[in-house]
Design a protein around this ligand. Structure first.
Ligand SMILES: CC(C)(COP(=O)(O)OP(=O)(O)OC[C@H]1O[C@@H](n2cnc3c(N)ncnc32)[C@H](O)[C@@H]1OP(=O)(O)O)[C@@H](O)C(=O)NCCC(=O)NCCS
Length: 246
């Protein structure tokens, strides 16, 4: 099955040839040694009930993005776990990412799965904007150092703290807010001031742990006075969200 947006076509893939292209995109975006091998992509795409997507630019037959998901179970609900979504750097900001995510949502709904869920690094401001502002996901669980050290080009040797996003494809109502500051560009800090990047990670571990325990979840990235970025959090009590109504 294929979907189109502008010139980009997204299709589900399961052949070794196409999965090797997905793997090459993964290597290009993350690098390092922690890549998902083609053999495992093949199982996820064909037998595991998962979905592997490839976005291509038809004029040039260029692969421009990919998404890899499998079925997960959390708080007694089956959901589609999106393990990776990536768009080639030169094609970012052109809606390819959201096209891939909406294909995942469509698949989750067609498969009677409760939602699409995934982890993301809360220190990556633009990923926060993509997950919360663009898609309207809600992040209400914090996993300290979830993957251990990954040592790829994005995570380096830093602790891999993650927020878990639940995406039901619908907005939730607004309630009283709390705010957590976000570094403007954690990638630059990791490259140029690793001590500061480490302090941010430590601060996040303390702060998010407390807020999440008090029932708060991140719903939006906002920019305050002086250009500083924040997560806007609110108490999440929505019967669709897992952990609330099981
Ligand atoms: C996150 C990602 C998949 C988004 O794909 P995309 O095609 O740029 O997304 P869209 O064009 O649909 O949406 C753009 C929004 O994504 C966010 N975004 C995150 N990273 C971005 C980037 N490097 N360039 C442009 N937009 C980015 C922005 O909020 C942007 O919204 P804005 O235009 O209002 O600022 C892509 O940036 C990427 O591949 N990043 C590297 C890999 C990664 O971190 N994947 C997610 C974790 S698995």
């Amino acid at each position: 099955m294929t979907t189109e947006s502008g010139h980009i076509i997204v299709r589900t893939v399961d052949t070794i040839e196409d999965l090797s292209v997905v793997h090459a995109l993964e290597r290009e975006v993350w690098g390092g040694d922690d890549l998902v091998p083609v053999s495992l992509l093949r199982v996820m795409a064909s037998e595991g009930g998962g979905q592997v997507l490839l976005a291509v630019h038809p004029d040039e037959a260029t692969p421009v993005g990919m998404a890899v998901a499998f079925i997960g179970r959390r708080h007694a609900k089956w959901y589609l776990h999106s393990h990776m979504v990536a768009v080639k750097a030169s094609f970012r900001g052109q809606s390819v990412g959201r096209l891939l995510k909406y294909r995942q949502l469509e698949y989750a709904r067609a498969s009677d799965l409760a939602y699409v869920g995934w982890t993301f690094d809360p220190l990556q401001r633009r990923n926060g904007q993509f997950n919360l502002n663009v898609l309207a996901g809600v992040a209400k669980e914090f996993y300290p150092n979830f993957y251990g050290p990954l040592s790829d080009s994005i995570n380096g040797a830093f602790a891999t703290h993650r927020l878990f996003v639940e995406w039901h494809g619908q907005q939730i109502g607004r309630t009283a807010s709390r705010f957590v500051a976000i570094p403007d560009d954690i990638n630059r800090l990791r490259r140029e001031h690793s001590d500061k990047a480490r302090r941010w990670a430590e601060r996040y571990q303390r702060k998010w742990g407390r807020l999440v325990q008090a029932g708060f979840g991140a719903v939006e990235v906002v920019q305050g006075r002086g250009g500083i970025w924040f997560y806007r959090l609110q108490r999440i009590w929505d019967e669709r969200m897992s952990g609330n109504a099981n």
